[in-house]
Design a protein around this ligand. Structure first.
Ligand code: TXA
Ligand code: MG
Length: 318
């Protein structure tokens, strides 16, 4: 199969209506999309990703009015967050409507829903009579794609089309928030900081650790992983010194000079967390392809998006 890299929304809509899969751009990462209401299309997503069936997928919508057919008993705090952050990098876990296929929710009573903030994808969603299921467009456990090239490296020849929306502007997956009654629970730190969520609905519970059964696979510790061994370090110089026999690459927040390193990727010369998040996965993809023995990733300040970035770096350790 030849994979079309295209900006033709009508073509992508036609493919999705025919139960085919299309990689779509969002502001967070590219998604692997299919008709959320058709079990066969969703099954195909799981198969292509090599994703275990116990791992539920997110449903993408373009309008709040679509919530009615997907969720019920929506908490007031969920509506507050939706109004504050949609379209945007927030996934809400809500009690599911009976119409949502079990394959989407992995048999859970809840469904993850998000309105992505990307003009092409919002336009595409408006042309469809159904919402789309879209996990990140990477094989299970691998680094998420933030460019068409990343998607193509993973799935070229195995999907009919990639909707080309350029590089992702946020670069981290959505923040996932569920509810116990009205009490907000953060399951995955992401493109919207925990501080921003708390400013809207008050203090949240973080449920991110690998407890016995993960609520969300973003919680599985080995995830977002490059093939090259990676270690997170608060003192990059010391870690390089401990590994002088190895060909070391550095993933640095803002400093660019590490004379002993074979390759240095700086995430933001101006020390902007937003810019660092935007560049994170592309830099990981690049370091992973550079034939290094070890990637040393600098630990970020534990605030704002730095918390989400640290989360991804820790999961990338292998
Ligand atoms: O930014 C994003 O969220 C991207 C773009 C494409 O929208 N999508 C994404 O999907 O990251 P995925 O499948 O890679 O991650 C979705 C996460 C998984 O960790 C999944 O377990 C969790 O959402 N999830 C989905 N439905 C859930 C549910 N009902 N309860 C708990 N977790 C859920
Ligand atoms: Mg993913």
């Amino acid at each position: 199969m030849k994979t079309a890299i295209t900006q033709d929304i009508d073509y992508c809509a036609a493919l999705l209506k025919a139960n085919r899969l299309v990689a779509i751009p969002t502001e967070t990462v590219y998604g692997l999309a299919g008709n959320a209401m058709e079990e066969a299309a969703v099954a195909n997503i799981f198969e292509l990703k090599g994703r275990p069936r116990f791992n539920p997928v997110i449903v993408h919508i373009h309008s709040l009015s679509q919530l009615d057919g997907l969720a019920q008993n929506v908490p007031e705090n969920a509506m507050r967050l939706a109004k504050a952050f949609w379209p945007g990098s927030l996934t809400l876990i809500l009690p599911k409507h009976a119409k949502v296929p079990d394959i989407i929710t992995a048999g859970k009573p809840t469904v993850g829903i998000r309105m992505p903030d990307h003009p092409l994808t919002l336009e595409l969603l408006k042309k469809l009579p159904f919402p789309v299921a879209a996990p990140s467009a990477n094989p299970f456990t691998r680094v998420s794609p933030t460019t068409v090239e990343h998607v193509s490296n993973y799935f070229n020849g195995r999907i009919p089309a990639i909707l080309d929306g350029g590089p992702c502007s946020v670069g981290l997956e959505s923040t996932i928030v569920g509810f116990d009654g009205e009490a907000p629970i953060v399951y995955r730190k992401g493109g919207i900081s925990v501080e921003d969520i708390e400013a809207t609905v008050g203090s949240v519970t973080l449920l991110l650790e690998n407890e016995t059964t993960p609520q969300a696979p973003g919680m599985l510790l080995k995830h977002y992983a490059p093939r090259t061994p990676l270690v997170v370090s608060a003192d990059v110089d010391a870690t390089i010194t401990e590994n002088t026999s190895k060909k070391v690459g550095v993933l640095s927040f803002c400093r660019d000079s590490f004379p002993q390193a074979a390759l240095v990727k700086v995430l933001s010369t101006g020390a902007s967390m937003e810019e660092a998040a935007q560049n994170l996965f592309a830099s990981l993809h690049e370091l992973d392809r550079a034939g290094l023995d070890l990637i040393v990733a600098e630990r970020f300040p534990e605030k704002g998006l730095g918390r989400s970035i640290n989360d991804r770096l820790h999961r990338a350790q292998n």
